[in-house]
Design a protein around this ligand. Structure first.
Ligand SMILES: NC(=O)c1ccc[n+]([C@@H]2O[C@H](COP(=O)([O-])OP(=O)(O)OC[C@H]3O[C@@H](n4cnc5c(N)ncnc54)[C@H](OP(=O)(O)O)[C@@H]3O)[C@@H](O)[C@H]2O)c1
Length: 340
């Protein structure tokens, strides 16, 4: 098995010539010149040292062949922190050297990355040093978008935002974004960045059938009003919004092998009952729960793209079905309410 995979790899990767002829659509990111694929690929899980490298490689190749041109990383994605960027750096060199300009690559800083007082949060020192490290791991001269990964209540917003402006001016990132910032701080950020001629490209926040806080808090609407694209993460609630956990916890699932992030105690009888109800709605619509859950997000006004995770090319292929998903009737919208 390993021999065959190694031989495949030695033969090299040839990108599918029909990668732009499939179901993928490209959506404008706020008031910018950038188009992003409706589905983007996230590197939080399945790209660290615990995942066989061939498995990660096959997911990235499948994504690119399906027209997924946007890869979402962060300094700390692993394990160990930095491993996902290193791994993508190898794939870029081996497989995608001829395709750099077809790719839109994101990374982030502000979560814990190295020891000492500068290894975390959103000071100018952390953001600049972290981006330099990320570029070395990725083997790139610039990333397409660099995010401040979280709001830092201790650092003046102007310091963080000016660092983002200067990063773009230095050419190390083409655009900048904000992730998980509270609404008011994000709005201050949009104004500051625009006033300094570096408009914020993207707000990145969690949005899925279970977690609608970016909708109810007005974060999604305020990004849209400011001309900032919105990109959603954990659209399948890390796998809960699929058929994965309908009959127990499979040994190869995230809940079984990475319970730090997806704890078994979230599977309460109420949550399981809700998943089963939503699964029944998806069946009535003639699609999988995963496909319906992704499509539900993509139907939101202001959403540019959804960052999916996948532990295999098969999952990724199945999730593409959401791009042909039917519109939601009023009745279905009602059935998908959290209170339902
Ligand atoms: N800005 C932030 O703070 C932040 C936070 C979190 C995530 N993110 C970004 O968002 C990306 C996506 O997050 P996520 O991985 O939580 O996304 P997700 O799409 O909600 O969950 C992905 C997981 O769901 C399972 N899955 C996917 N398709 C499936 C299918 N068709 N059938 C059954 N199971 C399926 C797989 O888990 P199994 O391993 O069980 O197969 C997969 O790894 C991350 O990689 C990262 O780039 C950003």
């Amino acid at each position: 098995m390993t021999m065959t995979k190694e031989k495949d790899y030695e033969r090299g990767y040839v990108a599918s010539p029909s990668r732009y002829d499939g179901v993928m659509s490209y959506r404008r990111c706020g008031r910018s010149g950038v188009l992003l694929p409706a589905l983007s690929l996230g590197f939080w899980h399945n790209f660290g040292s615990v995942t066989p490298e061939d498995q990660s490689r096959s997911i990235v190749r499948a994504a690119f062949d399906a027209g997924i041109t946007h890869f979402d990383l962060a300094n700390n994605y692993g394990p160990a922190p930095g491993a996902a960027e290193q791994r993508l750096g190898r794939f870029l060199k081996d497989d995608f050297a001829a395709h750099r300009d077809e790719l839109f690559i994101a990374t982030k800083a502000a979560y814990d990355m190295w020891e000492g007082p500068y290894g975390s949060w959103a000071s100018r020192k952390h953001l600049m040093a972290s981006l330099d490290q990320s570029l070395r791991r990725l083997g790139l001269e610039y990333v397409d978008v660099f995010y401040c990964h979280r709001y830092d209540p201790e650092t003046p917003l102007e310091e963080t935002l000016q660092a983002l402006v200067d990063i773009v001016r230095s050419g190390k990132a083409l655009y900048v974004g904000l992730s998980r910032w509270p609404k008011e701080a994000a709005e201050f950020g949009y104004s500051y960045l625009r006033a300094h001629d570096v408009p914020c490209l993207l707000y990145q926040g969690r949005l899925n059938l279970f977690d609608r806080a970016v909708e109810t808090s007005g974060i999604l609407d305020s990004a849209t009003a400011a001309g900032v694209g919105f990109i959603g993460f954990s659209p399948l609630a890390q796998g809960l919004l699929t058929d994965r956990y309908l009959n127990g916890i499979p040994a190869d699932s995230r809940m079984a092998h990475d319970p730090r992030y997806l704890k078994a105690d979230v599977l309460t009888p109420e949550t399981l009952a809700r998943i089963r109800r939503w699964n029944a709605v998806a069946e009535q619509r003639g699609e999988s729960l995963a496909s319906m859950a992704l499509s539900w997000i993509l139907h939101h006004q202001g959403v540019t793209s959804v960052i999916i995770g996948a532990s295999s090319p098969e999952q990724l292929h199945k999730n593409l079905a959401c791009l042909n998903s039917p519109a939601f009737s009023e009745e279905e919208v009602g059935e998908l309410k959290v209170e339902g």
